[in-house]
Structure formats: C-alpha cells, structure tokens
Design a binder for this molecule. Structure first.
Ligand code: KDG
Length: 332
C-alpha cells in the first residue's frame, strides 16, 4: 500500500432532493466534498495511508470537516485551522433529461485566501504521490504559483505528481485555464485529461471525426508535455440525467480502454471523476498493469454513481467483487 497526500479545497455541499429546485427547496441535504478530498477518502477506503491538506475556519463547520475526514480514515493533521469561512456549494439534483446544476458560494474561503505555503516542511515527507487539481489553480493566480511550488517540492522529495485538470467553467475562462495549464503540466507525472481538455484548454488541434479518437489526443498531449507518463479520462454516452454509459480510457506507453458500464439509475454523479482518479492511483500503488488499472478505476467510478455525496465509499474488495459479478457491464 502507498502513502498519498492530496491538497485542495473542501466545501459544504447543500443539495436539493430530486424534483426540487433550489429556489423552492425548503430543506437541503448536507455533505462535505471537494475533488482532492474525494480522492483522499476513496484511497483511504482502498487501504492506503492518506493525508488531506486544506484550510478550514475555526468554527463548527471547520471542525465537522476535520471529524468527517478523520472518520473516513484520512489523516487530518495537515488541515490548517483559521481564515474567514468554509466555501459552500449548492447542487440542484438532475432528473430525466434535466441535468444537475451547481452554484458556488466559495469566494473568500479560508482555503482560497491562502497566498503562501502555510504547511510545515514535512508535509510531503515519505509520500509516493501528491494529488492536486486545476480547481485549486482556478481560485487565484497565487494558488497557481503555489501549485507549481508544491509540484517542484514533490519532485525534490522523490514523490510523483498526479493532477486532475477538473476544468470548472463557472470558476474561470478557458483562456485563463489554458495559460495556467501550460505552466502546470510540465511538472505533472499522472494526468486526468480528456479530448475536450486537449482541444479547448491545451491548444491541441481538433481532428476530423474519423481519426479523432481519444488516443490521438493523449498522444498529442504526451508529445507536448513529455513528463506526463500516464493520461486517463472517461468517455460517457448520456441517455438522460439518470442513465449513462461509462468507459474508462488510459494512455501509458499505449492506449487502453475498460469494459463499458451501464449507470442506471444514477443516484449521484458528483465525484465520479475523483473515484476514477483514485482507482487509477490505487492501481499504480499496487502494481496493476494498464488494463487492470483502467478496469478497476472504471468499476470504482461506476459504483460511486450509486451513493449520495461527493466521495466514493467502497473498498477495493467491493470494487473487485462488483467487477467479477459483471452486473453493470454492457460491453467487453
Ligand atoms: O469532482 C467533484 C467536485 O467537483 C466536487 O466535489 C466539488 O470540488 C468541488 C468543486 O470545486 O466543484
């Protein structure tokens, strides 16, 4: 098993029940989530030693985050306490052909306000992987600089850098994200990036549909950023908000695709990408081959869609049992 540090923002999520709009909802379900926290929880469920670094305010919301992180089996000792507030996001659940909707209320959060490294020098000591995401770079130009600093520090300590582009259109423009990614990606070893990221954020020319397969984009990203050893993302076929088909794809000295899973019904799709990333990192830490990596990660992501909240709560044994019973698989 491995040692992983993830660093990013965690927020209070307030979600409507299915069939309610935010404007008329009289009650909201509370969960806590954030891309890097979700990866941390999932990896802890898979049995790894995981530290989650973030900053939360010194109030009941901040203390609840710390309790939840500890309860999930993740080390909360690198959660800084202080600053103005916990970010919040509202989720209006989708149904049928109506997609879910997200409203962020996160400006000025304790985490977003950070502008220099506030963590002790030993944060990355002994870590195999540092996992970060583009959501953090979107919070401020200072955070983009800090991410580069953390990536360089990780490499000095012999730790691999995992990075999920995680583009969020309601946080920044494609042009701003493109500029930041051009500075971040030269420091990345494992990267979650797909065809749309390649075209709209990384300046890779769109291919004609006949030869526009995801593997061509992976190859083009890898040529542009040769430090990236591994690229991965999922392909979705959307039938309705509650019925999708999911296939995992991966590039590691060659192209690999998982079996396709049917997700129907979908209870909650938030965090599906993070469950996939955690599945990939788990596979790397346990010496799986590329086909096993992508199959495990896709099954983990498929299971995430069956539970409420942002984090994947399944163990590696449960993911493997789900893979071997084959119930969600529609193509091999
Ligand atoms: O990947 C899931 C995340 O989007 C969710 O947990 C909330 O971190 C979040 C964000 O910034 O949207």
């Amino acid at each position: 098993m491995g040692k992983v540090v993830t660093l990013g923002e965690i927020m209070l999520r307030l979600s409507t029940t299915v069939g309610e709009r935010i404007s008329t909802s009289r009650s909201f379900q509370a969960h806590y989530g954030g891309g890097e926290a979700n990866v941390a929880v999932s990896l802890a469920n898979f049995g790894h030693q995981v530290t989650f670094a973030t900053k939360v305010p010194d109030n009941s919301l901040g203390m609840t985050v710390i309790q939840q992180i500890r309860r999930a089996g993740v080390d909360p000792s690198s959660i800084l306490v202080g600053g103005p507030r916990l970010g919040t996001y509202y989720l209006e659940a989708g149904i049928g052909s109506r997609a879910a909707k997200v409203i962020y209320d996160r400006a000025g959060s304790s985490f977003a306000e950070i502008c220099k490294n506030e963590w002790p020098d030993d944060l990355l000591e002994g870590a195999d992987i540092l996992h970060l995401s583009g959501i953090t770079a979107a919070l401020s130009p200072q955070w983009c600089e800090l991410l580069i600093e953390f990536m360089q520090l990780a490499h000095q300590k012999g730790c691999k850098v995992s990075f999920d582009i995680n583009y969020r259109g309601n946080l920044w423009s494609q042009a701003a994200a493109g500029d930041a990614l051009a500075r971040l990606l030269p420091h990345v070893d494992y990267c979650s990036a797909g065809k749309l990221d390649a075209i709209y954020l990384l300046g890779i020319e769109e291919r004609a549909s006949s030869d526009g397969e995801v593997m061509d984009y992976y190859q083009a990203i890898q040529e542009k950023y040769p430090s990236i050893e591994l690229l991965y993302s999922t392909k979705r076929v959307v039938h309705s908000a509650s019925s999708h088909e999911l296939t995992g794809t991966l590039w590691q000295n060659g192209y690999y695709e998982s079996v396709t899973h049917r997700l129907n019904p979908i209870v909650d799709r938030v965090g599906g990408g993070d469950a996939f990333s955690a599945g990939i990192l788990h596979g790397l830490l346990t010496g799986k081959n590329p086909q096993e990596l992508v199959d495990f990660a896709t099954a983990a992501a498929a299971l995430k869609h069956t539970v409420h909240g942002d984090a994947n709560l399944f163990t590696a044994q449960e993911v493997e049992a789900y893979m071997s019973n084959g119930s969600g698989v529609i193509s091999r």
